[in-house]
Design a protein around this ligand. Structure first.
Ligand SMILES: NC(=O)C1=CN([C@@H]2O[C@H](COP(=O)(O)OP(=O)(O)OC[C@H]3O[C@@H](n4cnc5c(N)ncnc54)[C@H](O)[C@@H]3O)[C@@H](O)[C@H]2O)C=CC1
Ligand SMILES: O=C(O)[C@@H]1CCC=N1
Length: 272
């Protein structure tokens, strides 16, 4: 990556995984800073990644090109209002907070380049996927730099419209939980069918891993891969017909609608 200075404000789980990803990609420790109220977390980041850490947000962002806001959405307004007087005009804001709009960030921080992202927790194992939206003040070079920060922990996909982030939140932001739920349910069902719990769990997890890897590496789509597993009148067909008789696809649509609506609702509440 080119050599921007990146400052993280809030260095919990998501920020720590981004910092780990950037360091693994060869970004120098001297190009990364983080501010974090937790002294143990600051010591851990210093020790593991050799980066400078600060208890004071204003100190951490001095001279930074990119400022990654990685605090919880509920405290974003307070953090931004405190940060605003310390900002220089060209510093780019990258927010990973769920449900905080670019307009709210600009209200609190003043008009400036803002990139809003929705990552997901597999970022912790560098298998994340993020949707990103840049406001019109972000130039091409800044957009590339912001994309590289999120690419350090997985795939980064740009969106044309900010409203699409509600859909991204519903699909991939919350999505890991849906797959965990399926793994939980398959494990319980396998145990019910007579397998030891540990065996049922490992079979379920590795099946999810293998299926995801096939879907991501294959030239054909998921529907075709599914057809290839499904022998006529065989075991898979029996299971899939049962899922579909229970309204599986409609239920998934309803669940994602609920997540997207909640994302829009949270933006409304948190943006005040
Ligand atoms: N966990 C998830 O699935 C996803 C989380 N996000 C977003 O990422 C952001 C961070 O989430 P996590 O890393 O999971 O949370 P976290 O709780 O692990 O990290 C937040 C950090 O902010 C620190 N903090 C608290 N007050 C502060 C202040 N005034 N100034 C600076 N730092 C402060 C906390 O000590 C903590 O270490 C959230 O806004 C969340 O919406 C986005 C996508 C997915
Ligand atoms: O559940 C939530 O609200 C957040 C946003 C995406 C993942 N976790």
């Amino acid at each position: 990556m080119s050599n921007p200075i990146i400052a993280f404000v809030g260095a919990g789980n998501m920020a720590a995984s981004l910092i780990g990803g950037l360091r693994a990609q060869g970004v120098a420790a001297s190009a990364i800073r983080a501010s974090e109220p937790g002294s143990e977390q600051r010591a851990r980041l210093q020790q593991e990644h050799g980066i400078a850490t600060f208890a004071d947000n204003g100190e951490a962002i001095k001279g930074a090109d990119l400022i990654v806001l990685a605090v919880k959405p509920q405290i974003m307004k307070t953090v931004c209002l405190d940060l605003a007087p310390h900002l220089a005009p060209n510093q780019v804001i990258i927010s990973i907070a769920a449900g905080i709009s670019c307009a709210s960030l600009e209200n609190w921080l003043g008009q400036r380049p803002v990139v809003r992202c929705m990552p997901n927790t597999p970022a912790l194992v560098r298998q994340g996927v993020s949707g990103l939206f840049a406001n019109p003040r972000v130039n091409t070079a800044q957009k590339a730099q912001a994309g590289q920060v999120l690419s350090a922990v997985g795939l980064a996909l740009w969106l044309d419209e900010e409203a699409q982030l509600d859909a991204v939140t519903a699909v991939s932001g919350s999505g890991p939980a849906y797959f965990f739920l399926l793994i939980e349910a398959m494990t319980a069902a396998g145990e019910q069918l007579g397998l030891p719990r540990e065996t049922a769990a490992r079979l379920s997890i590795h099946t999810a891993l293998g299926a995801a890897r096939m879907a991501s590496e294959s030239d054909v789509d998921a529907a075709e891969l599914r057809r290839r597993v499904t022998s006529p009148n065989g075991t898979t067909e029996a299971a899939i017909k049962t899922f579909q008789a229970g309204g599986f696809e409609a239920l998934v649509q309803q669940a994602l609608n609920a997540a997207a609506n909640r994302s829009a609702e949270l933006a409304e509440q948190l943006g005040q």
